[in-house]
Design a protein around this ligand. Structure first.
Ligand SMILES: Cc1cc2nc3c(=O)[nH]c(=O)nc-3n(C[C@H](O)[C@H](O)[C@H](O)COP(=O)(O)OP(=O)(O)OC[C@H]3O[C@@H](n4cnc5c(N)ncnc54)[C@H](O)[C@@H]3O)c2cc1C
Length: 597
């Protein structure tokens, strides 16, 4: 059985202690919120995740979505769960009060999202896409569109969807064919076929607001000729209620490996009325607002599954009796010891644990920057926070989902054959999380974004806040802490040195030969992400030691030190491997003649 209890203690740690000094300041917008309020929000969210969403995870997987008479039906219980979620105000947690939102910081919202993803990844997509769509509408749509759509979406009455992909056009959006014909009243007629559209149709809300990429007549070829259109499933009436159907038809549901309760639709737009969002032919820039929000959200999906998989694996490892501890029986009263005594099982559990805690901490750092980018009154801080978010977006998306997938696989391994069969529910985590490495831009494409765009832009400006933070921590920690902490500091120092060297190598080689940068991209992303995690674990260790020295008897701090120790001994050295791999360049990747594959 899947088990999940929201990790509230660690969430409070990252929220209140780990970044207590607020690396990007505290925007005025949050001045009235108190830590107690945040804790209350997290506790309420935990109840929703554990009591409402988790019980539907396995049943939703078994039942899946159905297409009936052109309407998508979600599995039993989803409608009622969504109604509770909506009525609880969870859809508009971070949205501005102007649109009916609660204006809470992203740094709290991302923890709430994590719980939703842990409890029920399929469910999380419905509000997740609405959140991304509202961000793009708020950033780029006309006032009239904002007034009509944002209050309905922020309240969760209407949901959002993003319509990019077509059968022949996935990563390369320049190939898309959906057309938009201007109409005399200023609207557009949208015609075309989209595939793989998450939450493209469903029965949870009375309307779905599609953000659709399409081409205007005479638009230039490629990505410079793409525009963005808001195209609702049902056209709003004058009083704001949903009116007639708008020619957006779900013609199929994709049959998938996992994520079965999330409706992945094939959609036809038949002369559907749409309105331009942003500038003509500059739709990709507007869509990127949604895509960037979604990328961070997808990273959180990976984290959510890592945590859920970890918790199930721990419960099983405490319970399953096989073999005896190598150091002698630990439970001589039983027929065998629980498998948690075995070093190899420990290796798997600790790996999952550091992935989850490391990603949560790195996610919190990024969310704080996200809040400052949106709300800080100081232009210098706003710009610095924006650079940090830009750098970390591909890292959060790709690293967290790679680690989420690894964690889910490790959970199956901990269960042995009982993980491979369906009964215990851990194989669902493997199937569900796998897509997170693919959608919203594959992880390979995220890595290219990191080395090809984020790294070189403005002479490496986006790297600076990250590099400065790591350098400052290393300087502060030099000669501090006990022997163990000193060794961890030196490990991070070495890995950071390797990252700096590698960054220079990629920059030099990439200018001469872009394939060299492409060959380094995935390893570089992991290296940078691991060093980011190392930064958070070293800070966490510093805090834990200080609390224990002050006399705290909270076992959380001892556990944090043990987890940090595992990270520095067993995970961070992968960064050095990354360095060696990247130094080898593209040579062996490109050596084999295509005909010989
Ligand atoms: C369940 C599910 C839900 C989805 N939800 C949505 C949604 O809501 N809205 C939406 O619009 N789309 C959605 N998608 C589509 C998803 O975003 C795409 O599948 C994804 O972007 C990859 O496109 P593709 O599948 O066509 O793969 P391709 O683009 O064909 O890529 C195939 C492989 O080639 C690699 N590759 C491609 N181009 C390059 C390059 N230039 N350099 C290096 N490597 C490259 C990729 O990394 C990948 O490994 C969804 C897909 C699924 C399966």
């Amino acid at each position: 059985m899947q088990v999940y209890k929201a990790p509230l203690r660690d969430m409070r740690f990252v929220l209140h202690e780990l970044f207590a000094e607020k690396p990007f300041g505290e925007p005025e917008a949050f001045a009235e919120f108190t830590p107690d309020l945040y804790d209350a929000v997290l506790e309420q969210a935990a109840r929703v995740a554990e009591e409402v969403l988790l019980p539907l995870n396995a049943s939703g997987d078994a039942e899946g979505c159905r297409l009936e008479n052109g309407m998508v039906r979600t599995p039993a219980g989803f409608k009622e769960a969504y109604a509770q979620f909506r009525d609880g105000g969870w859809s508009g947690l971070t949205a501005d009060a102007e649109w009916g939102g609660q204006g809470l910081p992203e740094r709290v919202n991302k923890l709430v999202e994590e719980m939703t993803c842990s409890a029920n990844l399929s469910f999380s997509l419905y509000p997740g896409l609405t959140h991304g769509a509202t961000t793009a509408i708020e950033g780029h749509a006309s006032d009239e569109l904002k007034q009509t759509y944002l209050p309905k979406m922020v309240s969760g009455e209407w949901s959002g969807a993003m319509c990019l992909t077509e059968a022949h056009c996935g990563t390369d959006l320049g190939l898309l064919r959906t057309r938009a014909e201007p109409q005399p009243d200023g609207s557009y007629r949208i015609t075309g076929s989209k595939i793989f559209i998450s939450a493209g149709d469903h029965d949870l809300t009375e309307n779905v607001v599609h953000l659709v990429l399409a081409r205007l007549p005479e638009a230039p070829p490629g990505v410079r000729g793409i525009s963005l259109f808001l195209t609702p499933k049902r056209l709003p009436k004058a009083d704001g209620s949903p009116g007639p159907a708008n020619g957006v038809v779900a013609v199929g549901l994709e049959h998938k490996m996992g994520l079965k309760a999330s409706a992945t639709c094939q959609l036809e737009f038949n002369d559907s009325t749409g309105w331009l969002v942003g500038e003509p032919n500059r739709g990709l820039a507007a869509m990127f607002t949604m895509m960037n929000a979604e990328r961070l959200g997808v990273g959180v999906q990976g984290l959510g599954v890592a945590e859920a998989a970890y918790q199930s694996a721990v419960a099983y490892a405490r319970d399953r009796l096989q073999g005896r501890a190598l150091s002698g029986a630990k439970r001589p009263d039983l027929a065998a010891d629980p498998i948690i005594v075995h070093p190899d099982v420990r290796r798997m559990l600790m790996t999952m644990r550091v992935y989850s805690e490391g990603c949560r901490a790195l996610g919190q750092w990024t969310s704080q920057a996200l809040d400052a980018e949106k709300h800080s009154a100081d232009p210098e801080i706003k710009a610095r926070a924006g650079d940090f978010v830009a750098l970390m977006t591909p890292v959060v998306k790709a690293l967290f989902t790679d680690l989420g997938s690894e964690a889910a696989n490790l959970a199956v391994q901990v269960y042995g054959g009982h993980g491979y069969i369906r009964e215990h529910g851990v194989e669902q985590y493997v199937r569900d999380v796998r897509i997170t490495q693919i959608y919203e831009g594959t992880n390979g494409v995220q890595a290219l974004d990191l080395v090809g765009r984020k790294m070189p832009a403005h002479m490496g400006r986006a790297l600076r806040p990250f590099f400065h933070s790591v350098s400052a921590l290393l300087e502060r920690m030099a000669g501090q802490g006990d022997k163990a902490v000193a060794a961890w500091t030196s490990g991070l120092q070495q890995a950071f040195g390797a990252l700096q060297l590698t960054t220079a190598t990629i920059a030099q080689r990439g200018i001469k030969d872009p394939e060299e940068a492409g060959a380094a991209a995935t390893d570089y992303l992991r290296m940078l992400g691991l060093i980011g995690m190392g930064y958070t674990f070293l800070k966490a260790a510093e805090i834990a030691q200080a609390r224990l020295a002050e006399g705290s008897d909270d076992p959380f701090y001892k556990a944090k030190l043990a987890t940090a120790g595992f990270f520095f001994d067993r995970i961070l050295p992968q960064a050095t491997t990354g360095y060696l791999v990247i130094q080898s360049g593209k040579r062996s990747l490109m050596a084999l003649d295509e005909a010989l594959f």
